[in-house]
Design a protein. Sequence first.
Length: 395
Amino acid sequence: MKSSGQFKVSARGDREIVMTRVFDAPRAVVFAAHTLPALVRRWLLGPAGWSMPICDIDLRVGGRYRHVLRRDADGKEMGWGGVYREIVPPERIVATESFDDPWYQGEALTTIDLVERGGRTTLTTTTLFVSSEARDAVLKSGMETGVAVSYDRLEEISREIEMAREVQLRLLPRQQPSLQTLDYRARCLQLHGLGGDYYDFLELDADRTGFVLTDIAGKGIPAALLMASLQASIRSQSALALDDLPRLLRSVNRLFNEATESHRYASVFMGVYDDSTRRLRYANCGHPPPLLVGGDGRLERLSGTATVLGLFERWDCSVAEIQLQPDDVLVIYSDGVTEARSGEELYGEARLLEAIRAHRGRPVVDLLETIVADVDRFSGRLREDDLTLIVARCR
């Protein structure tokens, strides 16, 4: 057995190599670092002096991945890839592996298992080769040196992600204004614990409360940073929502447009609920239409009143208004709900509506958790995007 700090390499049986390393981070973070291209490019590089110009990941069973390393000194490249056989976020990844210029015989099968205890994650990578000769050739290559260096980089990146994740969690509201005529709950499940969705509740005055749900285009740390910026922009100007919601959102759009790259944008739903009248004024800026299911069975979609924020310097929106009735259920959601996949099939609005109608009589918190469980059951818990919900029932 060879060991580098917490990194260990050993042979098992005739055809396997087992590598283990303990990381001071939750397994959701370590899983993210293995599956998000922007993160993989930063650590899976081997010894110093290499970069990764190509990192393609289609994270689904049957999907392919491809990595290409390039040596900075002379431009020499080394490429490899394979097909995903099993994915259980954030616990396990099984994929084939073969190199463009084979340096061992045949195709290997690699299994990554992540076990978390007390906030620390043990990563175990087991590689099964086609023959003992192929396995022994890899053991004699000295590959553990490059792997150990890569894992040291992964440790640093995991710490960065965990710090960012903790900051992002603190940005979500810890309390919600108490309302006489509305019972409501929210849930935000970030992809791998870090992402661009967020929700917020804004106590605007004694009667009026702001409801915000946004979805930043993109994933991981870049989306999380933009999410924090957008939240600060909305919160700092939230008083404008009382009398001039379009003015507030025009200002937010201008700041977001100035601060981001041209391809970055956010869908935003922002509503102002009046607890004394049960009326909701709202702007829907490129966001999936929230669903209002009435106690009498009626369905209303809170459709778009503007395009997304951030893409255009010149931007405006209109405001719509709706009257809620006792026993009405309102569900505001991000596209991570309706675009959850089972193979090529989407969860879709129809399934969401079916879940709402089937369980609308349950307490709000139970209805919310039932919807999340239904999406997870449909997708096999293999999320490809953040998932955020606000569920409310009028009293």
